[in-house]
Design a protein around this ligand. Structure first.
Ligand SMILES: Cc1cc2nc3c(=O)[nH]c(=O)nc-3n(C[C@H](O)[C@H](O)[C@H](O)COP(=O)(O)OP(=O)(O)OC[C@H]3O[C@@H](n4cnc5c(N)ncnc54)[C@H](O)[C@@H]3O)c2cc1C
Length: 362
């Protein structure tokens, strides 16, 4: 149920092992939603060093990203860090012809039943198994199988200008994005996606992405010294982040955002979504146990949640210190390490600092 990243990865894998799935999609075509730029950062797929290569070599899922990322510029209020390494990939999502979901749908042999109004209950009555891949927590919540951790409000725009397609930029400055972040991902040399993500936490009760947007947009324009006219935009309120308690209940599999949302720390979820699709198919084909296969993804979600909560303890001065530290040797080392799991490492490094801060404030 759902022909997005996880549902299509599941369908491709089932077909690779000789099972023909029935695929139901609510929209009239694959990716019929807003267009946005996303990234697959190697630092977030450890121990895998190249998510795109691993998806094809290990799982038979072939994806062509928009570009590789050679440079990341990170801005805090008063400092910046330049990380230069093979950091991962950028890709397009949504209704574009070369979006990840469009690429996946061309690898599926079964026909997709579009404009589906079938409910989960109807599907469960008609089929031996249902794979829930609707991209949201609605059904997981209805079956009381979901722990909601927080919600985030997101505003994004497509802008025209001149961009280096190998460089992504991110702003972790709480004046611009309190306890959240903003970023720029190029689609090409002429178009990019800029996005502002603000957690809906009590400290942010008085702010909205709409109010913050103008300052963020102006900051990006000032940094790039360009006008960046907006050609398209989207807004999402209260995007749920959380994780299901049981990845499989009876004959229902929860995959993609139905398993766990994008990572609470910086919003990455594509790789996990694709893997959950593959793993559910493995279970259905008798090649593994879905619950066990998803254990590392659950752990990585929990690590990411620690980092998100840590971010809520920081202020702009702390962020300046961290970004200053990331500039140069340590940043490059952290983003390139192949032996350590940086998510776990960063959360470990932050813990004493957070404890000191909590000691100071209590
Ligand atoms: C603004 C934004 C930026 C992001 N940036 C990044 C990033 O840079 N890197 C990253 O790794 N992740 C990113 N993510 C997260 C990533 O997009 C998700 O983790 C991923 O798309 C989840 O895949 P999915 O298969 O669960 O859902 P989707 O790919 O969204 O697919 C869900 C599908 O189900 C269909 N559907 C919904 N309801 C029904 C129904 N009732 N019946 C049938 N079909 C239904 C939908 O129409 C859709 O086609 C971002 C998310 C957002 C919102």
């Amino acid at each position: 149920m759902g022909a997005g990243l996880s549902g299509l990865a599941c369908a491709i894998t089932l077909e690779n092992y000789g099972i023909t799935p029935s695929i139901f999609e609510k929209q009239s075509k694959v990716g019929d939603r807003f267009v946005n730029g996303e990234a697959l950062l190697n630092i977030f797929t450890r121990p895998v060093h190249d998510g795109i290569a691993s998806l094809s070599d290990q799982y038979g899922i072939y994806l062509k990203p928009t570009s590789n990322i050679e440079k990341m510029l990170i801005f805090s209020k008063n400092k910046n860090a330049i990380i230069e390494a093979q950091l991962g990939y950028t890709n397009i999502r949504g209704r574009e012809q070369d979006s990840f979901e469009s690429q996946l749908s061309s690898q599926v042999k079964a026909s997709i039943q579009f404009n589906s109004e079938k409910t989960y209950e109807q599907l469960l009555n008609s089929y031996t198994h249902v794979v829930l891949a609707t991209g949201d927590a609605e059904y997981a919540k209805q079956t009381r199988n979901f722990r909601e951790d927080l919600t985030v409000s997101i505003k994004g725009a497509t802008v025209e200008g001149s961009f280096d397609r190998f460089t992504v930029m991110t702003w972790i400055d709480y004046d611009l994005a309190p306890y959240g972040y903003g970023y720029l991902i190029p689609y090409s040399e002429h178009e990019a996606n800029i996005v502002l993500a603000i957690p809906d936490i009590p400290m942010n009760q008085q702010v909205t992405t709409g109010q913050l947007w103008d300052s963020f947009y102006n900051k990006v324009r000032a940094e790039l010294i360009q006008d960046l006219p907006v050609t398209d935009q989207f807004q999402i309120t209260n995007y749920i982040m959380g994780i299901c308690s049981s990845p499989r209940m009876g004959n229902t599999f929860y995959i993609g955002n139905c398993f766990s949302s994008m990572m609470p720390f910086m919003g990455f979820g594509q790789y996990a979504a694709l893997l959950t699709g593959v793993y559910a198919a493995y279970d259905l084909c008798g090649l593994g146990n879905y619950e066990q296969l998803t254990m590392p993804l659950r752990q990585s979600y929990e690590n990411s949640l620690v980092l998100r909560r840590s971010m809520e303890q920081l202020d702009n001065e702390d962020l300046d210190r961290i970004i200053h530290l990331l500039n140069g040797y340590w940043g490059n080392k952290l983003f390139q390490t192949k032996t350590l799991n940086p998510l776990r490492l960063i959360s470990y490094l932050l813990r004493p600092y957070i404890k000191i801060k909590q000691g100071v404030t209590s």
